[in-house]
Design a protein around this ligand. Structure first.
Ligand code: CA
Length: 502
């Protein structure tokens, strides 16, 4: 009996199996799910006063089976700029999208292009919100600018006109993702970006969630009735206050002849219910994706990432929207599940920024990002280790100036203990649009996590202020965002971005 051929065959089979395992290990599937404005306070895995109502059981499941990141920050808290940073791994001033409506140059490095070139099947479905045709995707179906919830229209790859999809946008985007998965090529890994419109304004929901909590009041954040004592002119003057919310942003009922406080509380109840109802539809859809991946045998060999493009105020400081460097807007949710690397139920509190997403996803796919990428991969953290020399502070730059929701542009540094913000204001004499003065805010995040008391200029904080100013300068050099000298920025050439575009 000849056993040699059998033995060789067996060896060959073992080698093949190892090769295929190695191949899988270096090229896992990646499903990147992003909510819009879906802030940590609206996700029960992050706790908070609303956890009993948010009930995001499916997103929570990803956290229970994966890793929850607790200190993830965006570098410019507004939709398009954060999306450009997520794709490029670079700050706004280098990727070219500092404000809404700016052209996105798709000839620069993007993570989806890199993965596509490396043999991934790539696709994006849902909200794109960049001024450019999506590039680096084998397939796309994207909403025009914000799109709408009911019977949304999409720009579809290969079609010159908008295509209407009957149904609710959140469900439609899930179905597109499932269709792509079902019809994908065999033998190639995938990278899909599923970008929901939820929970962006106008915060609408479909049944059965649209009638939740009709006869009850939801908890208010303790600083809902903030009066901005000892704070910046920027905080005083912003129109992010709930009682100033425009009916076109969200159709709400107003009290007649009520003072600001009563009005704020009244609008808060409508706003928070709508926001959380909208989030419940989103979470249900994350559940549908989980179920589908399980059905297809893809649940354990797909890296599932859940995040949002930035945070959002849910009545903290009396605000809605984002933009400010205050934590509720600055902080992003980030939950990742992938059993081969991640210990179930783990958490991480390293300081991560949205510019880190592209290099991390690239490294997940076994790729090295180019020099121009400013973020750093946090793949090691997923495996339970913090690399040496990991950052101890983050740098922020909000560019969209005061006319849009009246938030003055600002730069800032956040460490684990403090936050220093510089609102650089408008040069006087260059505009009659009620300029804000150049001004500083400093928060002691240990004593004052809600950021209610500006301690800038207090003698107890002189030394830490000096250190933070040095850190701010160093970060500006490191990220090549120089040319904005402070506090003498008044009179310096500052670009004015007057835009009414959403
Ligand atoms: Ca957003």
């Amino acid at each position: 009996m000849k056993i040699w051929p059998l033995f060789i065959l067996l060896l060959g089979l073992i080698a093949c199996r190892n090769e295929s395992q190695n191949h899988e290990a270096t090229t896992p599937n990646i499903l990147f799910i992003m909510g819009d404005d879906h802030t940590t306070q609206a996700i029960s895995a992050y706790g908070g006063i609303l956890a009993e109502y948010t009930q995001t059981q499916h997103i929570d499941q990803l956290a229970d089976e994966g890793m929850r990141f607790d200190q993830v920050y965006c570098t410019n808290a507004i939709c398009s700029p954060s999306r450009a940073t997520i794709l490029t791994g670079k700050y706004s001033h280098l990727n070219g999208v500092r404000i809404l409506g700016q052209e996105f140059d798709t000839s620069q490095y993007t993570v989806q292009q890199a993965l596509q070139t490396a043999g991934y099947q790539t696709a994006v479905f849902g909200k794109w919100h960049l001024r450019s045709t999506p590039a680096g995707f084998d397939d796309y179906k994207v909403l025009p600018v914000q799109g709408r919830y009911q019977d949304p229209q999409f720009w579809v790859k290969g079609s010159d006109s908008l295509v209407t999809y009957p149904g609710w946008a959140t469900d439609v985007i899930t179905d597109m993702t499932k269709d792509f998965l079902q019809n994908r090529e065999d033998g190639k890994p995938f990278f899909i970006m599923t970008h929901y419109k939820a929970t962006h304004d106008p915060w609408a929901a479909r049944p059965p969630y649209d009638t939740l909590w009709q006869h009850q009041s939801l908890p208010e954040p303790p600083n809902l009735y903030d009066t901005y004592e000892q704070r910046s002119e920027a905080a005083h003057r912003t129109t992010l206050k709930l009682e100033m919310m425009n009916q076109s942003t969200y159709p709400h009922d107003r009290l007649e002849d009520a003072d600001w406080k009563a009005q704020r509380g009244h609008i808060y109840q409508q706003y928070i219910k709508s926001f959380l109802q909208c989030g419940r539809v989103l979470d249900e859809n994350v559940g549908k994706l989980i179920a589908f991946l399980k059905e297809q045998g893809l649940y354990d060999n797909t890296i599932i990432i859940y995040t949002a493009d930035q945070g959002h105020f849910l009545g903290e400081h009396g605000f809605f929207s984002k933009r400010f460097m205050y934590d509720e807007a600055l902080r992003m949710p980030l939950i990742i599940r992938y059993p081969p690397w991640i210990k179930p139920g783990s958490t991480n509190d390293d300081m991560i920024i949205n510019a880190d997403f592209a290099p991390t996803i690239a490294e997940m796919a076994g790729l090295t990002p180019p020099e121009e990428v400013q973020g750093r991969s946090f793949l090691a953290q997923l495996k339970g280790k913090t690399p040496k020399g990991w950052r101890e502070e983050i740098y922020y730059h909000y560019w969209q100036h005061i006319l849009h929701r009246a938030v003055a542009a600002h730069i800032g540094v956040r460490t684990k203990e403090h936050k220093l913000i510089f609102y650089y204001g408008l040069p006087l004499g260059q505009t009659d649009k009620s300029p804000t003065p150049p001004e500083w805010e400093l928060f002691d995040l240990v004593k004052d996590p809600a950021e209610m008391s500006n301690v800038y200029g207090l003698s107890d904080y002189e030394s830490v202020t000096q250190t933070l100013k040095e850190q701010l300068k160093t970060l500006q050099v490191q990220y090549r965002d120089e040319g904005l000298e402070y506090p003498e920025m008044r009179g310096v050439q500052v670009e004015h971005f007057w835009t009414s575009e959403k």
